[in-house]
Design a protein. Structure first.
Length: 279
């Protein structure tokens, strides 16, 4: 997503200012309630939400109030699970918020302690799951970092939309190191590699051999094993299937168009008028 210069400038300027605020708060090891105050301020100053109209601590799910919710035009955009600034974030912290979001049909959840911001897409599967979109450490990143600007730009009041967040998620997924490893191991890439080797050297190489070399000697084991690698491989397979369907549809339309053209050209004409003869 292209973030406008105005929004990018606000995000980078405010993040730089909050780096000092957060560093001092971390030194004091402030409580969770005090951390929530800073987070609410950041939602206003960095992301552009109106603190009194868009940010609420009064959103209840199953009788329990979430830490923060951001709402515009009576629609919840995302929930925020907040922790004290000195707490190290982990997956257990986000589980309840993800379950709450899924129960209300909310797509996005943020886990943060003010310093670390993790943005998740809720996956409405069985069981309910989540996909990490962004993981930002504000104290250890440049406020002008493009990825930071892009993530916060999509989450901002002006930039947030389901399509923008979805596009960013897809971009992150297909350009991750796990997805690139999965693409390198796909049949189409290995076939291209086999052809190039033969074209350059005249040597015939077996596809299984090439795949084995990539898996065992070139690509790091961590990129093809584990949950993230499995999820990336699944995403790549879905994209390849979609591409194959699109190519098939295009080929069928091309054949149909060609056949239609051949039919028109083969119609006999009247010797006098040049018009197609009737039956």
């Amino acid at each position: 997503m292209a973030v406008s210069q105005k929004i990018a400038t606000r995000i980078s300027t405010e993040l730089k200012r909050y780096q000092s605020i957060l560093a001092k708060a971390l030194q004091r090891d402030i409580s969770e309630s005090d951390t929530v105050v800073i987070i609410a301020d950041m939602l206003s100053d960095v992301l552009g939400y109106d603190k009194y109209q868009h940010i609420t601590t009064e959103f209840a799910i199953r009788g329990t109030y979430v830490d923060l919710a951001v709402r515009t035009e009576n629609q919840i955009r995302f929930l925020i699970e907040a922790k004290a600034i000195g707490i190290d974030l982990n997956d257990n912290h986000i589980k309840q918020a993800v379950d709450y979001a899924a129960n209300e049909g909310i797509d996005w959840v943020v886990l943060t302690n003010g310093v670390h911001w993790r943005i998740y897409k809720v996956q409405f599967s069985k069981p309910i799951d989540k996909t990490l979109l962004c993981d930002i450490d504000i104290l250890n990143v440049s406020p002008r970092n493009e990825d930071v600007i892009e993530c916060f730009g999509c989450l901002s009041r002006e930039g947030f939309s389901k399509s923008a967040m979805g596009d960013l998620l897809q971009q992150k997924q297909v350009t991750s190191k796990f997805a690139i490893a999965a693409i390198l191991l796909s049949d189409s890439v290995i076939e291209h590699l086999r052809r190039d080797i033969r074209r350059l050297s005249g040597v015939r190489v077996d596809e299984d051999y090439l795949k084995s070399v990539l898996q065992n000697e070139i690509i790091k084991r961590e990129l093809i094993e584990g949950d993230e690698a499995t999820a990336a491989a699944s995403t790549v397979k879905k994209m390849l299937r979609a591409l194959a369907r699109e190519r098939k549809r295009t080929d069928e339309e091309s054949v149909a168009t060609q056949s239609s053209g051949d039919t028109v050209l083969s119609e006999p004409s009247s010797p006098e008028t040049g018009a197609p003869q009737g039956p």
